[in-house]
Design a binder for this molecule. Structure first.
Ligand code: HT7
Ligand code: ZN
Length: 890
């Protein structure tokens, strides 16, 4: 397959003014009639008279130009397109195609999920429905008529407002929907099935009443309230914070069980993975509740950042995704704890996005080429893209940033635009030159910043020197310096020092007196602070103000100071992680963990002391305490390593957890006992924080050589009235290497399945907890679970819960090298990829990620992983899988 290049972009030759679709849904096939009203694009560079319509896996029944049916000689069709030439400047096309949704396992286009018809058109799924210019810069006004059997498909939905419905002969009925807003085909949606709904209303600030509906299977009606509350909060927040109102009479969410991603922002008719809508305390963990809130908000916010203003081409994907992730992150921060939300987002970014940016699939936030666009729905596009928007907000300050977003929406409403247009709006309102900033969009890779400092006690001057560099990535080796905002403060003995920066007027819009945004634009830059009366501890990159790897050789004491006193909550947590990382690295250098060196003992003692203070600090949010007590994950330690030593990382982390458990036992006991186990469940920040701290304490206590804590885990599991507590306890039982724990884990797992077997999302958690088990023999257990009646090898959620969790979140087992299991994890994954390559290429390509990281492992593992990638390459591959495998072997 040939790559598609941004450099080859040309405007569409024809515009589609109107798109009238008729879907006749029948068991063996669906007949799609598309009536397109077309006009030559006045902006087309040359006077072209040809039109390329995309189409894939379609059976063409007929095509008529201005009501004249064309003969096969009058158009060219291949597997991907239909081309017409010699066209007039105005025309209509009536195209009739037949498709087979019941055989569609790719979950792109029109497909069936548990008897329900639904669509997924982003990025290029519409071409599996009918021939069409399936590109985001072709925006059209859609009318959709659906006919189907009335009894089996009582609910017929599409985008926009319902304009007509009625009965037909033969037990059939119809509905007609009209969407007054021009949109690209990727935002088209259709749903038909037997669904129930909950309804609510929202009155917009201009006084329009909007009907809100969430459609689910009848059995799930009791799990929709959290999504509805989240939707109403999102609508209100977008009015308050961005001045954006909803624009149709109705907003609908439909939950489907088989879905490749989390959700889809189709205009007025969002389609969601059930995992991102359904929530109730008994079945859903706190993380699940937060995900529902975030995804509902994200999709709703797309109504402006994505739908009203969309992308010119798929290279601009981050225009809508990065901006919308930034918007949903700010929303979640406002709904809960801002610092905690930032810690969670940065942890994800630094673990997974940094790994992506340093690996074979690294690409710029605005990539220059792709083979299969579905492979570019990445952490880089979403999370790093959001960081770029966050940096713009930091550089401009809140008022100018809001002005910039207003200008962007007003200027481009109804258009398909580029990331340059977004930055230009920010530049226009602020008068700032953001030319250099745009390198963030075109240069891949994570910049590295080395910081050094000097205190001149005679001159009372403190200087910070920053040196930036960026490692080469597959598409660009020679990086130009980035424009990097580094939010900085200086800590003295009594707290934050007032800042007086030499030769730099303090910008009052972006800085207070104790925090300043230093702007790096050169490879090396020094900033001098004046009237500094003591040698300070620098607190740099506050709030993680830029997606970079920052290096500064803090003394251990400096980290302890930052941990206890920094006014920036994010940097307090960051200092705790740095301190723990140092100890973990020391431990990994030890020949044996049976006896560790005096220096390492000293480092452990200092860490434990610092954690003791954290536990005793009553001013800290319990969620912060929980995060500060939690050691950096194996995945993050691996990301930082040059060569990943899977077993040493696991052992060092286990060992240190054990030491902390012993040393802080009484604190953990008191946290656990203090917790009111009878309190009613609340999914708010306080409730989540309290459970998180209590379960962190239980985790540590379960590591003690004291079976009473294993019994406590079992007791918590049995008594739990919410899934967070049940799962926390079950996870400890499953992962504890002790005969009593094994027996209780087995009982609990049996009980869990018996209780929840009718709830697919809960069964997924049951699969995950077993797939994530660190004890040996897990691969055999995973293979056994694949044969379990509740496992469905076609359902993406099940695949992610079992296979995804084993391969991504269970490094010690996936990478096992012992004689019986050497390379078996890799072989298992490759077999799955080969199977999924035909069935669902998008899922297959995503699942490949852990194998693509082969270069980061030791020689033996490298060879084994590479051999599996080469085995996959021998197959007849989808574009999706081919792109990932070939790039990772290149
Ligand atoms: N914009 C949506 C992307 C999406 C998607 C992409 C490829 C294949 C399947 C998909 N389902 C949804 C989701 C979002 O970011 O809001
Ligand atoms: Zn999105």
């Amino acid at each position: 397959p040939q790559p598609i290049l941004l450099a080859n972009y040309t405007v569409p030759s024809y515009l589609v003014l109107k798109t009238d679709l008729t879907f006749d849904l029948h068991d063996d096939q669906t007949r799609v009639t598309a009536l397109l009203t077309l006009q030559r694009n006045p902006q087309a560079v040359t006077d072209v008279d040809s039109l390329v319509l995309h189409g894939s896996e379609l059976e063409l029944e007929s095509i008529a130009l201005d009501d004249r049916v064309l003969t096969a000689a009058e158009y060219q069709v291949d597997g991907e397109s239909l081309t017409l030439t010699g066209l007039p400047s105005q025309l209509t096309l009536r195209i009739v195609t037949r498709i087979k949704p019941h055989l569609n396992t790719s979950l792109e286009g029109l497909y069936q999920s548990r008897g329900l018809y639904c669509t997924q058109c982003e990025a290029e799924g519409f071409r599996k429905i009918t021939y069409y210019p399936d590109r985001p810069d072709v925006m059209s006004e859609f009318t959709t008529r659906i006919t189907a059997d009335r009894q089996r498909y009582p609910v017929l939905l599409s985008n926009g407002n319902l304009v007509e419905q009625g009965e037909l002969d033969g037990g059939r009925h119809f509905a007609v929907w009209h969407d007054p807003f021009k949109k690209p085909a990727y935002l088209f949606a259709l749903v038909a099935g037997d669904l129930s709904f909950i309804e609510n209303h929202f009155v917009t600030r201009s006084g329009r009443d909007v009907t809100l509906r969430i459609y689910v299977e009848a059995k799930d009606l009791d799990k929709c309230d959290h999504a509805m509350d989240s939707l109403k909060n999102s609508m209100h927040w977008d009015e308050e914070v961005y001045g954006r109102e909803y624009d149709l009479d109705i907003f609908m969410i439909v939950a489907v069980d088989d879905f490749n991603m989390g959700a889809m922002e189709n205009k007025g008719l969002n389609i969601f993975n059930t995992s991102c809508v359904l929530a109730k305390p008994e079945t859903t963990t706190d993380v699940g509740f937060q995900r529902v809130e975030a995804v509902v908000a994200h999709e709703y916010f797309h109504n402006w950042s994505g739908n009203r203003v969309t992308c010119r081409d798929w290279f601009q994907l981050s225009l809508k995704e990065g901006f919308t992730v930034y918007r949903d992150a700010e929303f979640s921060a406002d709904m809960g704890s801002r610092t905690v939300k930032r810690i969670e987002d940065v942890a994800l970014l630094r673990t997974l996005q940094f790994a992506e940016d340093g690996g074979p699939m690294a690409h710029a936030v605005r990539p220059a080429s792709y083979i299969e666009i579905s492979n570019f729905y990445t952490l880089t596009i979403y999370e790093k893209g959001a960081e770029l928007v966050r940096m713009l907000a930091t550089l401009l300050g809140p008022e100018k940033f809001r002005e910039g977003s207003d200008l962007y929406f007003d200027r481009h409403d109804g258009q398909a635009v580029t990331t340059d247009d977004f930055v230009q709006a920010m530049a226009d309102v602020s008068g700032r030159d953001l030319g250099q900033f745009k390198r963030w969009y075109s240069q891949a890779g994570t910049p590295r910043i080395e910081v050094s400092d000097h205190y001149d006690e005679d001159a009372l001057e403190y200087s910070l020197t920053f040196r930036q560099s960026c490692p080469p990535t597959p598409e660009n080796t020679n990086k130009q310096p980035f424009h990097i905002p580094v939010k900085t403060g200086l800590l003295g003995t009594a707290g934050d020092l007032p800042l007086r920066l030499k030769d730099h007027p303090v910008d009052t819009e972006t800085s207070d007196n104790t925090s300043i945004v230093l702007e790096l634009t050169e490879a090396e830059q020094t900033f001098v602070f004046q009237q500094v009366h003591e040698k300070p501890v620098p607190s740099v990159l506050r709030g993680f103000s830029a997606p970079v790897k920052l290096h500064y050789s803090w003394q251990r004491e400096d980290l302890i100071t930052l941990m206890s006193r920094d006014s920036d909550g994010f940097n307090r947590w960051e200092a705790s992680q740095q301190l723990a990382l140092r100890v973990l690295h020391d431990l990994m250098q030890e020949a044996s963990l049976a006896t560790v060196s005096a220096a390492t003992e000293e480092a452990i003692a200092a860490l434990i002391d610092a954690l003791q203070s954290v536990v005793q600090d009553e001013t800290l949010d319990p969620a912060m305490v929980a995060y500060m007590l939690t050691l950096p994950t194996e995945a993050y330690i691996s990301e930082l390593a040059t060569v990943i030593d899977v077993d040493a990382i696991h052992q060092a982390r286990q060992y240190l957890q054990g030491r902390i458990a012993h040393a802080l036992k009484s604190a953990f006991v008191s946290i656990y006992q203090r917790y009111d186990h009878q309190q009613a469940y609340r999914a708010d920040a306080r409730g989540i924080a309290d459970r998180s701290l209590k379960n962190t304490a239980l985790h540590y206590l379960s590591l003690l050589d004291d079976e009473s804590w294993i019994e406590t885990c079992y007791e918590q599991y049995r008594a739990a009235s919410n899934m967070t507590d049940a799962m926390a306890a079950l996870t400890r039982l499953v992962n504890t290497d002790n005969p009593l724990a094994a027996t209780l884990a087995e009982n609990a797992l049996d009980n869990f399945y018996q209780r929840w077997q009718q709830e697919p999302l809960v069964v997924n958690q049951w699969f995950s907890v077993q797939a994530g088990c660190n004890l040996p023999d897990t691969l055999a257990q995973v293979k056994k679970l694949q044969k379990h009646p509740a496992f469905d090898s076609r359902n993406p959620n099940k695949i992610r819960a079992l296979i995804g969790v084993f391969c991504n979140n269970n490094a010690v087992n996936f990478h096992r090298l012992d004689e019986q299991q050497q390379g078996q994890g890799y072989r298992f994954l490759a077999d799955e990829i080969i199977r999924l390559n035909k069935q669902n290429p998008q899922i297959a390509a995503r699942l490949l990620t852990p194998l693509t990281k082969w270069r980061k492992y030791d020689e033996t593992r490298q060879q084994l992983m590479k051999a599996e990638l080469q085995r996959i390459l021998q197959e007849e591959l989808s574009r999706d899988v081919y792109e990932v495998v070939s790039k990772s072997l290149a």
